[in-house]
Write a new protein. Structure first.
Length: 161
């Protein structure tokens, strides 16, 4: 099961990295004096691609991770039970250390999954914040008429992420 932790973390990092690029591009648009709507559309296309990747990864990991997380939680509880049940003495100290390390492994794998899953959610909030600030930009800075329509479409995509 450690391979699933690594794979899940890797996918989350890739999604986060690409999402940060979208956020940085939106922040750069805010700093420019004027910008063209095609720049927003380019970021929207990239974000749609990211949303598709996230949906596919979510479909795969939801099935696998629920069973895996449940297994890790149960194994941790059994390890804790073994540690409480067996007293530490000269005969079984190696076994107790092994059980303790196994419990630490299960806790750390659950923390890693939770941490990286949370980072993907955080970047979504940051992108939405950038979009809201971009929506408050004076329309004279935009070089096309359908700016508001594109912003609304982008925000609806963001809301479904």
């Amino acid at each position: 099961m450690p391979i699933f932790t690594c794979l899940f973390s890797h996918v989350c990092l890739l999604i986060e990295e690409k999402s940060m690029l979208v956020k940085q591009a939106l922040d750069l648009l805010l700093e420019q004096k004027t910008f063209h709507v095609s720049q927003i559309q380019r970021q929207r296309r990239m974000f749609c691609y990211l949303q598709k990747q996230t949906s596919e990864a979510n479909a795969i990991f939801t099935k696998i991770c629920f069973i895996w997380i449940s297994k890790s939680v149960f194994r941790f509880y059994f390890c804790a039970y073994d540690l409480l049940k067996e007293p530490w003495n000269e005969n079984n100290w190696k076994y107790s250390c092994f059980v303790l390390l196994e419990a630490v492994f299960h806790i750390s794998s659950l923390l890693i999954v939770t941490f990286y899953g949370g980072r993907v959610s955080e970047i979504k909030t940051k992108i939405l914040d950038s979009l809201i600030r971009l929506g408050m930009v004076n329309q004279s800075r935009v070089e096309r008429d359908d700016y508001i329509k594109d912003m609304k479409f982008f925000i609806t995509i963001e809301g479904k992420f």
